[in-house]
Write a protein that binds this ligand. Structure first.
Ligand SMILES: [Cu+2]
Length: 282
């Protein structure tokens, strides 16, 4: 086999692998069927997204390299062309190379991952604290700096639609099973600490747009924090199988601009919409 032919086959294989990678990773995003993670609305979620992309592209480059060498070898050095397997069975040089290179790649990936992890655990300097308690099957929110607390349950429309023979088509309900009666209202641009626990079994508080999820465990208080950058409505769910209605305890976070949040707090303290929130749990 001439050297030029080897190069041509290798290039063809490389082109085919790059095209396949593009089709799988990039093309779905162009057509709107994005299969990637979302970037979210906090620095933490952006950190996670960036880490995920760095690691993904490292894997893509490794994959392209490995498959190019593999398919080129399979095509050009097949038995029917008269090639014979090499006789050696050990190569110290190869072993050193294929140990050192992966170690270096892992070290390169560990640096940004550790930085993000340390930042994620550092809730110091929080400007407000919200205690979250999971119950079968609802969430209780207590604003520890204000005298505000309420219980957040699945909204009535979803709850009615989910009943057997309800006559309400789930498709007709907006945000079916992802809506609550009393959303958690938070300000944007403020560092908010969460203390997360549960009162019966293990639940898990998860809003994907915030970039993390924390188990709510009876007898333990887990800590997390966020600083939402963009006003909006962000939905999540309990992420720990916690009983028969595990699928019916969604989470809704409404992030408001600072002044709107302040007027919401004042409304709550004035007691207006609080009256119907004294739901008995269990
Ligand atoms: Cu739960």
């Amino acid at each position: 086999m001439k050297k030029e032919n080897t190069i041509i086959v290798a290039l063809a294989v490389l082109a085919a692998i790059i095209a396949a990678t593009w089709l799988i990773l990039v093309a779905p995003g162009l057509t709107g069927n994005e299969v990637n993670m979302t970037r979210g609305v906090t620095q933490q979620s952006a950190d996670h997204f960036d880490l995920h992309m760095i690691v993904l592209w490292i894997c893509v480059v490794i994959g392209i390299g490995v498959f190019t060498v593999m398919f080129t070898s399979i095509v050009l050095h097949r038995k029917s062309r008269g090639h014979e397997a090499a006789k050696f069975n050990h190569s110290t040089k190869a072993e050193i190379i294929w140990t050192i290179i992966p170690v270096l790649i892992l070290v390169v990936m560990a640096v940004p991952a550790t930085t993000a992890l340390v930042r994620m655990e550092d809730s110091s300097g929080a400007e407000m604290t919200v205690k979250i308690t999971g119950f079968q099957w609802r969430w209780k929110y207590e604003y520890l700096d204000e005298d505000i607390s309420f219980i957040s349950s699945l909204d009535q429309t979803s709850n009615a639609a989910r009943q057997l023979n309800s006559g309400v088509a789930p498709e007709s309900v907006d945000n079916y099973l992802l809506n609550v009666d009393h959303p958690l209202v938070l300000p944007v641009g403020r560092k908010i600490k969460f203390l997360i626990t549960a009162d019966d079994v293990i639940h898990s508080w998860w809003v994907p747009a915030l970039g993390w999820k924390r188990d709510a465990i009876p007898g333990f208080v887990n800590e997390a924090w966020t600083n939402i950058e963009k006003p909006g409505t962000y939905r999540g769910q309990c992420a720990e199988l916690c009983g028969k209605d595990h699928g019916f305890m969604p989470i809704v976070v409404i992030a408001l601009a600072e002044d709107e949040y302040e007027s919401w707090v004042n409304e709550q303290l004035a007691g207006k919409p609080q009256d119907d929130q004294q739901v008995t749990v269990r």
